[in-house]
Write a protein that binds this ligand. Sequence first.
Ligand code: NZQ
Ligand code: ZN
Length: 381
Amino acid sequence: MNNFIFHNPTKLVFGRGQISEIPGLIPEDAKLMVTFGVGSVKSNGVYDQVSAALVNHNYIEFWGIEPNPTVETLRKAITQARENKIDFLLAVGGGSVLDGTKLIAAGIVFDGDPWEIILKRDGENSIPYGSVLTLPATGSEMNRNSVISNKATKEKAAFISSRYPDFSILDPEVTFSLPPYQIACGLTDTFVHVVEQYMTTTGQSRIMDRWAEGIMQTILEIGPMIMEKPRDYDLMADFMLSATLALNDIIRMGISQDWSTHMIGHELTALHGITHAESLAMVLPGTLRTLRKQKYSKLLQYSERVFGITGGTPEERIELAITRTEEFFSSLGLSTRISEAGVGVETVEMIAERFNKAGVAYGENKNVTGDVARQILMESM
Ligand code: NZQ
Ligand code: ZN
């Protein structure tokens, strides 16, 4: 196991009715801006609950942080926040509102255009912020990542905030209004986050492996049940907590990680508007097949411990585990092939060229260059 420092200070406030806890979580004299998405919170009662909790706070609202939040929208929020001398932010929504809010929090105290923060990958400073999460998927409620899109240049990239959310409120009941597609995406995103941190080599850490396998097994078990019963509190509670645990640093202590599926997926979103999790459902099987040799021992462990596959040759077990993974995504209603979204060879070449030009090399062995990304995408056709 490698050396590491773990320090995640986000306070999780979990359960029914917990939005009412907001007054004790934000200083009463804070100059507060509350940030929202496009409007789902108005129809499911979340906006009313937040407004009721904030009766004794002075605050302004910023609306319109879109899915795959754009720097174009966030620049407007930063201007408005500066004009109002905002010193605390409350994000109310899914991963996009949270990620966007992280850039606003960093942009307020940054001397320059916020896209420069993305280019540096590093948010040096930030005002405090908290969240009310409405969509389990990204883990953004308990991590420092923020993924931002640039409409003008058709790019999508991440930066690491200097600050974790001060608190996140997770009430599973607010997920009852999610459409089936967003639930499918949330389950898939959660699963792939775990795979990105797990699917490297064996023998690094037994405890990290078993945390990861536990989350994957939970998602495989509850996924079909949730699609049947999307308003079951206990199922949604397990889903919500799984999504948080999948990407709050707990399962990656002292181990290597991959993340190449995400990096390729971000390009598909930037160039074709494919929803984040669906891009992962399309790319992950191709990544596993292309890097099968490098990930051989972990793929075998995955097939046995996550899917219970013990019969057949090692090669057959690995292929069956990848097929089962793909079938899980399809069973949720997601596409698992880039061709199904109209992505052709031109896009594949463009992504390979972007990677090669930037000189990037992703994955635990830093060998997923543009050329390897091309192989992965051709495998995902
Ligand atoms: O905008 P509103 O009206 O709120 O509607 C949203 C949006 O249309 C809707 N929604 C959210 N909660 C709802 C709801 N509808 C009904 N009932 C509810 N309770 O769902 C739609 C999608 O929301 P969005 O926030 O975009 O989804 P998600 O949470 O999946 O976030 C995706 C973004 O997060 C990034 C992705 O790249 C993408 O930009 N990621 C962030 C990560 C992180 N911060 O660590 C890691 C991830 O890998 C990912 O890259
Ligand atoms: Zn993701």
